[in-house]
Design a protein around this ligand. Structure first.
Ligand code: GLU
Length: 170
């Protein structure tokens, strides 16, 4: 069990994500993290432990200013609580961030397949495998002339391969 939140709007995302995560903290307090998009790209901050002792402190010196972001508060199932196992997790390109509530049951088979395709992993989580799987499908859809957003198509394709339970934000 965990808490996930996403924000897109005109305000700075970080204070809204942090407030949302504080309200969700009862769902998991192993770690907390955010990914925020601004003009420079994707910024990820994540820390083991409670929000106000870990993530909020890490964000304080230089809070990212973007107006789009996702956040997560974790109840670990795959991989012990640590900074590295905290969400969000990135795909191989580092441009797609994923937060996930649930369990990817066939993650080891999917991970083997992705390793054979050249992917390298930074964490022990099932969620990072899903991030990489979405990234792998995104390569196929990116640049194609479709009326549907290529990221939405990549997420749909990845979820067709997944066995398990998931609420996600990408
Ligand atoms: N299975 C994921 C993990 O262990 C998500 C767990 C959760 O729902 O918090 O990182």
């Amino acid at each position: 069990m965990c808490g996930i939140i996403g924000y897109i709007g005109k305000k700075s995302a970080v204070p809204i994500l942090l407030e949302g995560l504080r309200r969700l903290e009862y769902r998991g307090y192993d770690s907390a993290g955010v990914a925020v998009l601004d003009e420079t790209g994707l910024l990820v901050r994540k820390r083991k432990g409670k929000i106000d002792e870990g993530l909020a402190r890490a964000l304080q010196p230089e809070p990212p200013a973007g107006q789009v972001g996702i956040g997560h508060t974790r109840w670990a199932t795959h991989g012990p609580p640590s900074d590295g196992n905290s969400h969000p997790h990135l795909d191989q390109s580092g441009k797609i961030a994923v937060v996930h509530n649930g369990v990817i049951e066939n993650y080891d088979r999917l991970k083997d397949k992705l390793i054979k395709l050249g992917h390298t992993f930074q964490s022990e989580t099932d969620t990072e495998v899903l991030a990489h799987l979405i990234g792998e499908h995104f390569k196929k859809h990116r640049g194609k002339n479709s009326s549907v957003n290529p990221l939405a198509l990549a997420v749909a394709d990845a979820l067709r391969e997944v066995i398990g339970t998931y609420g996600i934000a990408v």
